[in-house]
Design a protein around this ligand. Structure first.
Ligand code: ADP
Ligand code: MG
Length: 645
């Protein structure tokens, strides 16, 4: 029984449209072959009911409950009005084409809905929790931070967390889009919804079920569907007012010709019904949403999540792009290449002390320092009162002394030999942080790698005519310049605090109008927020960046940005075309009607034809334009789609 319901929910509109088509065709055949008129009338009537009952019920409820006139109801009224003066076929044709365009629009939103469902299917439901007596199966909602769960080979990871025991290869395609499984050992991060390979793992849960990366992505896609862009809201409001104008016009159309021009009632009524049809703004209403929903769906299948359809359009208008460096243009997986202690003390001890502070940090530099200290077998102590200064560094209390890691301004003095060493490394393109208490006592040199597709991403942006590509970083000029040279950026802004990033983005917006900012860190969040479009790295990005951005790259792939801009542009173009088609067809048909030069079937075909045309035109965005390098459906949705087909 449930399967019947599922079928009905999915294909209900298409089915009733098909039934309507059959009845109308039969009615037409009977009528033409001079069959009994009661039979053709009965057939047409059945067609009316099959194709129009839904809108009739919805429209009347809306009229009486919300006191709002629905355009759909006008169509039903026009069809009944036509039937009333004997034009059964004309009305039936109207009902059929009208039902067909409704079914097509439903198809676009069903497609986006399906994309969301396939993501939800990835969401695990249960976890194997470690308890005092052994293991027990629990719902993931009951997991708490700090719980330990067991993940056996082939199982889906139930929560975001860190590996506490064991090692394995994990297929993270659903979250990051990486095709190859990633090796996970003790201390590594795993994500809910990814699939464990051959090893057994014990994982310490680090986030409640509602806050996992996957849960956030699902939430974002849901919201995106519901948020309607301002232009669409305007059209909807306009439509409501306009519907009343159309009814008034139709009434005038009956009254004026009868009393002024002395037409017969039937003739005037017929013109009025034609007017009701051709003047309705159905095509205008269908100009936007099918296109935008299709674009959202296309994006989701290509690793680009828009938090609302407004941002599809906004991205289409972007003329300049500002990239964060660390973690965005570079992998953010830094390596410590050298530790230098100023006073000849032990560099390993210095590294261990830095790691103790950075253990609390979310910054890529922090992760690198902790990893390096672990590799050297250093003992990482627990610190008190950790404080991060975004874009500058971090500090904490260790054995009663306040230690700092980060830029020079954190220290009262920097010994000349350290300053000289730092400048030399920085000129060579490395990232350097100082370590010390009041005085800097040493420095740590780190190296990052430019993402393999960063160069291509920037050159693609240029091909699309993006006028300006800038790099915004809190890191030093030398390191920034090396990356800029590698990818071919126009400008480098180094040594920036979060507020400086905002200022530069504002300057860019004043100069170029629409600016996209791409970033991953806490320090990028303010800039992401004020940019025309903020784009965040999905898996590698911090939670704040993810929350602030308008667009999320689920696969952390900046190579998808040019594709996303192209998608935005194409969407803009199609919506514009649609509005022009809708309005001009409407004006043309109304003029023809006023001049009495159009029959009801012709009006119906013209009007509904334009509605169908703009809907179909919007749906093109579902299929076109896959980013060239992405093999069709992205991994996030592949597992599910395979299972279905
Ligand atoms: P980006 O803009 O390139 O992502 P950030 O603004 O996050 O860089 O950091 C800028 C600089 O601030 C770093 O290059 C580093 O010198 C310092 N810094 C920030 N956070 C830390 C930290 N946790 N530990 C050490 N240094 C840090
Ligand atoms: Mg960054």
């Amino acid at each position: 029984m449930t399967s019947t319901r599922a079928f009905w929910e999915k294909h209900g509109e298409a089915t009733t449209t098909a039934i309507c088509a059959v009845f109308v065709t039969c009615g037409f055949v009977v009528e033409r072959n001079v069959g009994p008129s009661w039979l053709s009338t009965a057939l047409f009537l059945s067609g009316y009911i099959a194709g129009g009952y839904r809108q009739a019920i919805e429209g009347t409820t809306k009229l009486f409950v919300e006191r709002e006139l629905d355009v759909d109801l006008l169509m039903v009224v026009a069809a009944i009005g036509a039937a009333g003066i004997g034009y059964w076929f004309d009305g039936a044709l109207l009902i059929f084409i009208f039902a067909l365009s409704g079914a097509l629009e439903g198809y676009a939103s069903a497609r986006t809905q399906r994309d969301i469902e396939s993501l939800i299917a990835l969401n695990p439901e249960e976890a194997q929790l470690v308890v005092a007596t052994g293991e027990t199966r629990v719902a993931i909602e009951t997991l708490r931070v700090g719980d330990v769960v067991v993940i056996r080979p082939g199982e889906r990871v139930p929560a975001d967390g860190r590996v506490a025991e064991g090692s394995s290869l994990v297929d993270q395609a659903s979250i990051t889009g990486e095709a190859a499984p990633v090796s996970k050992r003790v201390g590594d991060e795993v994500f809910a919804g990814t699939i464990n390979g051959q090893g057994g793992l014990r994982v310490t849960v680090s986030k409640p079920a509602a806050e996992t990366v996957l849960a956030r992505i699902i939430e974002m896609v849901r919201e995106a569907q519901e948020r309607r862009p301002a232009a669409q809201l305007f059209i909807e409001k306009f439509e409501r007012i306009y519907a009343n104008v159309v009814v008034l016009g139709a009434v005038l159309f009956v009254v004026v010709p009868i009393f002024v021009l002395k037409w017969t009632f039937d003739a005037a009524w017929y013109r009025a019904m034609v007017f009701l049809v051709v003047a309705s703004p159905c095509a205008l209403a269908a100009s936007m949403m099918p296109a935008l929903l299709s674009a959202l769906s296309n994006g989701a299948r290509n690793g680009v999540l828009f938090k609302g359809s407004t941002f599809v359009e906004a991205l289409g208008k972007v003329r300049a792009v500002a990239f964060d460096k660390t973690g965005t243009l570079t992998t953010g997986r830094l390596e410590v290449v050298q530790t230098v202690a100023a006073d000849g003390s032990d560099p390993v001890a210095l590294l261990a002390r830095s790691a103790a502070i950075e253990a609390m940090s979310e910054h890529p530099i922090g992760h690198a320092i902790v990893a390096a200290a672990r590799r050297q077998g250093a003992l990482i102590e627990t610190v008190r009162d950790f404080q991060a200064t975004i874009g500058v560094g971090a500090q904490a209390e260790l054995d009663g002394v306040r230690w700092h890691v980060g830029k020079a301004e954190l220290f009262a003095s920097v010994p000349p030999q350290l300053a000289v060493g730092r400048d030399r490394f920085e000129r060579a393109g490395d990232t350097v942080v100082l370590v010390g208490d009041v005085t800097a006592r040493g420095l740590i040199v780190l190296r990052d790698t430019v993402r393999s597709n960063a160069i291509e991403a920037v050159s693609e942006l240029r091909r699309l005519g993006i006028e300006h590509v800038a790099i915004l970083t809190g890191d030093n000029q030398g390191a920034a310049q090396i990356v800029a040279n590698a990818v071919g950026a126009d400008r480098v802004h180094a040594n920036l605090l979060p507020a400086d990033k905002v200022r530069i983005v504002e300057e860019m917006m004043a100069r170029f109008g629409s600016v996209a900012v791409v970033g991953d860190g806490v320090n990028d969040a303010p800039a992401l927020a004020i940019a025309t479009v903020g784009i965040a790295m999905g898996a590698g990005g911090t939670d704040v960046a993810l929350d602030t951005a308008d667009v999320v790259l689920t696969a952390d792939d900046i190579g998808r940005i040019p594709y996303a801009i192209e998608l935005g542009r194409r969407t803009l173009r199609i919506v514009k075309q649609n509005v022009v088609i809708a309005v001009s067809v409407m004006v043309l048909l109304v003029c023809a009607d006023v001049l009495g030069r159009i029959s009801l079937p012709a009006g119906v075909v013209g009007h509904e034809g334009s509605t169908l045309l703009v809907t179909l035109s919007g749906l093109r965005l579902l299929f076109q334009l896959r980013s060239a390098k992405v093999p069709g459906i992205p991994p996030a949705l592949r597992a599910r789609t395979d299972a279905v087909s």
